[in-house]
Design a protein around this ligand. Structure first.
Ligand SMILES: *Cc1c(COP(=O)(O)O)cnc(C)c1O
Length: 393
C-alpha cells in the first residue's frame, strides 16, 4: 500500500504569506528595518494584550535577552525545567548563571511544589534575596516553559515568585495563543503573566517566520532595553555610540512579512489543532493502555503538540516510533532530559522523578494543521493496528 508521508509538524503557508513577502521584496525593505517588523510587533502585542513586543532572530535569542532584562548575571542561579527543549536553558549558560533543574508536574511543566520545597529546604531567604545554600548564589529568576502549549501552573508559580522575590521569565515559545479562561489570570495569555515572555516562530511551531522570535512584556523599561540589546546597543544612530555590548538579534522585514500572514491564521490553526486533538483522543484514549495527555482546567490551549502516553501499551515507545516510521508516519519521543545532557551534568537537579516517567513513555504524534481527517484516522489506526478491524481501510 502506498501512502504519503505524514510529518510530525510542518508549516501551513496558505494565507497571505506570498503576498506580503512579495510586497516586502518589491519594496526592497528586506533587512532589519522595514514596516512589516513594526506591524508584526504591534499585532503580536495586540493579540496577547501586552504594552509592547520586540521581535528577534529566534526564540533562543529572545530568551537570552529576557534573562538579561531581569538582571540575571554570571553570579546568579535560575530555576529551570529539565523536561523541555534545551534552547530554554542554554541562555542561562550564555550568561554564565547556574541552572537549578526542577521536575515537572502532570502538565509536563515546572512543578510549583518542588520549586517551593527547594526554596524552603535548600535556600535561605534574607533581605529579599533567595540564596542557595550549596552554591551561595542568589537565585534571581524562575524560567518557566509552557510545554507543548500547556499552561504551567502560573497561579502557584507566581505566588512563589512573589514570596521569594524571583523574576519570572516565561518561555512561551510553544504556547502562543494559550490563555486562562477563568481564575486569577482569566484572559491572560501564556507569556504575559510573568515579567517577560518569549514566543518562537521556528518552522515547527504553530506559526512560523522561518525562524524568529518575539519578546513581550508590560514593562516599558524592559521593552526599551530589549530593543536596545537586540540592535547592537546602539544609542546614537548617526555617530554610532554604544554604551554596552549589544547583539544583532533583530528580525528581518522578510521574516516579519511571513509572520504577519501567519498571525492572521493563528486562531484557525488553534481550532484545527483542537479538532484533531479530539479526533485522536476519541480514537485512542483508554485503548490498549494509551492516553493522550490533556491540559489543566480553565485553559484555552493552543494544542501545539500532542503527547501520547504509552505506559500500558503493548509496544514500547521506541517500537511504536519505529513502527510508525516504517509506515511513513513521523513521531518522536519527548526531548532527552536536560539535566542528563553533557553540558549540564555537573549542575544541580532537584528531585527529578515525574520527568523521568514522562520521558520514558511520551510519543509525540503528527500535529500539523495540514493534517486531513484521513491522516488522523490513518495514524490512529496504525497505533491501534491489532485491535482495528479491516485495517488500512
Ligand atoms: C522552540 C523552542 C525554543 C527556541 O526557539 P527557537 O526559535 O528555535 O530559537 C526555546 N524553548 C522551547 C521550549 C522551544 O520549544
Amino acid at each position: 500500500m502506498n501512502h504519503k508521508f505524514i510529518p510530525l509538524s510542518v508549516p501551513n503557508l496558505k494565507g497571505n504569506e506570498l503576498k506580503y513577502v512579495a510586497d516586502a521584496i518589491e519594496s526592497e525593505w528586506v533587512s532589519t528595518a522595514g514596516p512589516y517588523v513594526n506591524t508584526f510587533e504591534e499585532k503580536v502585542a495586540e493579540y496577547v494584550h501586552t504594552a509592547g513586543a520586540v521581535s528577534c532572530q529566534n526564540g533562543t535569542s529572545g530568551l537570552h535577552v529576557s534573562l538579561m532584562l531581569t538582571g540575571v548575571t554570571g553570579e546568579d542561579a535560575v530555576f529551570v525545567p529539565t523536561l523541555t527543549f534545551i534552547a530554554a536553558v542554554n541562555p542561562v549558560k550564555y550568561i554564565g548563571a547556574r541552572p537549578i533543574f526542577i521536575d515537572c508536574d502532570e502538565s509536563l511543566c515546572m512543578d510549583p511544589e518542588k520549586v517551593e520545597s527547594f526554596c524552603r529546604e535548600e535556600c535561605v531567604f534574607e533581605d529579599g534575596r533567595l540564596v542557595e545554600k550549596e552554591s551561595g548564589r542568589h537565585v534571581k529568576a524562575l524560567l518557566v516553559v509552557h510545554v507543548f502549549g500547556n499552561m504551567a501552573d502560573m497561579e502557584a508559580l507566581m505566588r512563589i515568585a512573589e514570596k521569594y522575590n524571583l523574576k519570572v521569565v516565561e518561555d512561551a515559545t510553544e504556547a502562543i495563543g494559550t490563555y486562562y479562561t477563568a481564575g486569577k489570570y482569566a484572559g491572560k495569555y501564556a507569556g504575559t503573566i510573568g515579567d517577560v515572555g518569549v514566543y518562537s516562530f521556528n518552522g515547527n511551531k504553530i506559526i512560523t517566520t522561518g525562524g524568529g522570535g518575539m519578546i513581550v512584556s508590560d514593562r516599558k523599561d524592559y521593552l526599551q532595553r530589549a530593543k536596545h540589546l537586540t540592535t547592537q546597543a546602539k544609542s546614537d544612530e548617526l555617530y554610532f555610540i554604544h554604551d554596552e555590548v549589544g547583539y544583532n538579534y533583530r528580525m528581518t522585514n522578510l521574516q516579519a512579512a511571513l509572520g504577519l500572514a501567519q498571525l492572521e491564521q493563528l486562531e484557525d490553526f488553534i481550532r484545527i489543532k483542537e479538532e484533531n486533538y479530539r479526533k485522536y483522543r476519541d480514537a485512542l484514549n483508554g485503548k490498549k493502555g494509551l492516553m493522550l495527555l490533556d491540559v489543566r482546567e480553565n485553559i484555552r490551549c493552543n494544542r501545539w503538540f500532542y503527547a501520547l502516553m504509552c505506559d500500558g501499551y503493548f509496544r514500547s515507545r521506541d517500537e511504536l516510533i519505529r513502527y510508525l516510521s516504517e509506515n511513513d508516519v513521523q513521531s518522536r519521543p519527548v526531548w532527552g532530559l536536560i539535566h542528563e545532557q553533557v553540558p549540564y551534568k555537573q549542575d544541580r537537579a532537584y528531585r527529578i522523578e515525574k520527568a523521568l516517567h514522562f520521558w520514558k513513555y511520551i510519543v509525540n504524534i503528527p500535529c500539523s494543521t495540514n493534517l486531513t481527517e484521513a491522516d488522523v484516522r490513518r495514524v490512529s489506526q496504525l497505533i491501534l493496528e491489532e485491535t482495528v478491524e479491516g485495517k488500512g481501510s
